[in-house]
Write a protein that binds this ligand. Structure first.
Ligand code: ARG
Length: 465
């Protein structure tokens, strides 16, 4: 018979039983469910709602169930629908009457909300650790390439010279925002719905502040209807994960381009690439492609839950049971992508000569040439036009700016002098861009120190937490 069987005179249809059950996906909340129940029972006992002896039996019973689940000795059943009723039924089977008192002043509606918050809070911690590891891999590669000149692009057209370090560090910044975005989400998530009951609180003299404190929340949520019906925390997490995946996907796209024969800026380690079943020469960036592909799936998880929540009246509705699979899927996907991505970045071989060669074509020092004339006294807009004419002349002659003779240059502007050749060297062009955030080695070194400090601080926080 069901825990809620009293009102019913017929068995649930077996199709309905399976349809209604969520145990096959919410079983993963077992630890948080037990943790939540332990706090609830302790509070009930502290408030004199159950006896200390009942509480003692409940605590021991739950601890034993936890150990048995972890040792694989427990089989959950769809007859008990979800993790909450499975644990409660097991407890009652084992300890009898005291087990039946656990659900006093509680509903599955506040129970599931507290479980999910506890669970996702923990997952945020793990994902944050993985992002920091990826940032570390970026940092190591960046350190080695502060002097590696590569073409910077806009519109995927060669634009201005940058260093490979600076390019990588841009991803470091994106990930830095991801870490802080998840931390913001965790902060808002960290409010305790337990004690909201089914929707309208309870007549028992419970202490919601105590359970909140016992479970490490910042406090109880303020409105019981909101407590059981709010899934913003799951949506915020999905949004944060979607943005994170968008970053990984952009990075993945560049890795894919960089490995192509058209670019050949990097070569992926054999351990992080795959072959073709027919073309013997192939070495494919499957890891990067899959990360790019899985991004769509995480967006889908976000859209799915947003759509599930849209139009739900207050407070709890069974639709909300559909919250877990997309969140779990997104969390699993992200947790699979991050370490493999970090490994790919850490082991990829950078080919600086090819980057330098690519930077050498495409007139990426044209802005610097205009800046040269500006330094000699010409207004920038005139210098811009002058260099535009020079570039046109070069394309007619099949030459680069630095290959023009001083005479050819002077024909266009008498301001050109011998020192222009030094000004046009890509190393100079890159090295002179010392503005805050720029590619000059001393600037990228500052960015490296900043990212390094961030990683250290975040890791310390995590261990302190
Ligand atoms: N398994 C349910 C869920 O995941 C738990 C809450 C069920 N509450 C209810 N009144 N049916 O949402």
């Amino acid at each position: 018979m069901k825990l809620w069987g009293g009102r019913f005179r017929k068995e649930t249809d077996s199709l309905v039983n399976d349809f209604n059950a969520s145990i096959h996906f919410d079983a993963r909340l077992y630890q948080e469910d037990i943790q939540g129940s332990m706090a609830h029972a302790r509070m009930l006992s502290d408030c004199g709602i159950i006896s200390p002896e009942d509480n003692r039996q409940i605590q021991e019973g739950l601890a034993a169930i936890l150990a048995d689940v972890e040792a694989g000795r427990v089989e959950f059943t769809a007859d008990n629908e979800d993790i909450h009723m499975n644990v409660e039924a097991l407890l009652t089977q084992r300890i009898g009457a005291a087990g039946k008192r656990l659900h006093t002043a509680r509903s599955r509606n506040d129970q599931v909300a507290v479980d999910l918050r506890l669970h996702l809070r923990r997952e945020i911690g793990e994902i944050t650790g993985q992002i920091l590891d990826l940032q570390q891999a970026i940092l190591e590669q960046a350190r080695a390439h502060t002097n590696t000149v590569m073409p910077g692009y806009t519109h995927l057209q060669r634009a201005q010279p940058i260093s490979f370090a600076q390019h990588l560090l841009a991803y470091g910044e994106q990930l830095r925002r991801d870490v802080t975005r998840l931390a913001d989400c965790k902060k808002r998530m960290n409010v305790c719905p337990l004690g909201s009951g089914a929707l309208a609180g309870t007549t028992y003299p419970i202490d919601r502040f105590e359970t909140a404190r016992l479970l490490g929340f910042d406090g109880p949520c303020s409105n019981s209807l909101d407590g059981v019906s709010d899934r913003d925390y799951a949506l915020e997490l999905l949004s944060g994960l979607s943005i994170l995946m968008m970053h990984l996907s952009r990075f993945a796209e560049e890795v894919i381009l960089w490995c192509s024969w058209e670019f050949k800026f990097v070569e992926l380690d054999d351990a992080y690439s795959t072959g073709s079943s027919i073309m013997p020469q192939k070495k494919n960036p499957d890891v990067a492609e899959l990360v790019r592909g899985k991004t769509g799936r995480v967006y889908g998880d976000l859209m799915g839950l947003l759509t599930t929540m849209k139009g739900l009246p207050l407070a709890y509705n069974k639709d909300m049971q559909e919250d877990k699979e997309p969140v779990f899927d997104a969390v699993d996907t992200v947790k699979m992508c991050l370490p493999v991505f970090a490994g790919m970045i850490a082991t990829m071989r950078v080919l600086p000569e090819n980057m330098r060669r690519a930077a050498g074509g495409g007139f990426i020092n044209a802005t610097d040439c205009a800046d040269y004339l500006t330094r000699k006294g010409m207004a920038f807009r005139d210098a811009y036009t002058t260099v535009g004419n020079l570039v046109y002349y070069c394309t007619q002659q099949g030459k680069l700016l630095e290959e023009l003779t001083l005479e050819e240059l002077k024909n266009i502007s008498p301001l050109f002098g011998e020192d222009v050749y030094e000004a046009l060297r890509l190393e100079t062009c890159m090295g002179q861009r010392r503005s805050h955030g720029g590619p000059a080695p001393e600037e990228t070194e500052r960015q490296i120190r900043e990212l390094e400090a961030f990683i250290t601080e975040q890791r310390a926080d995590r261990h302190g937490a």
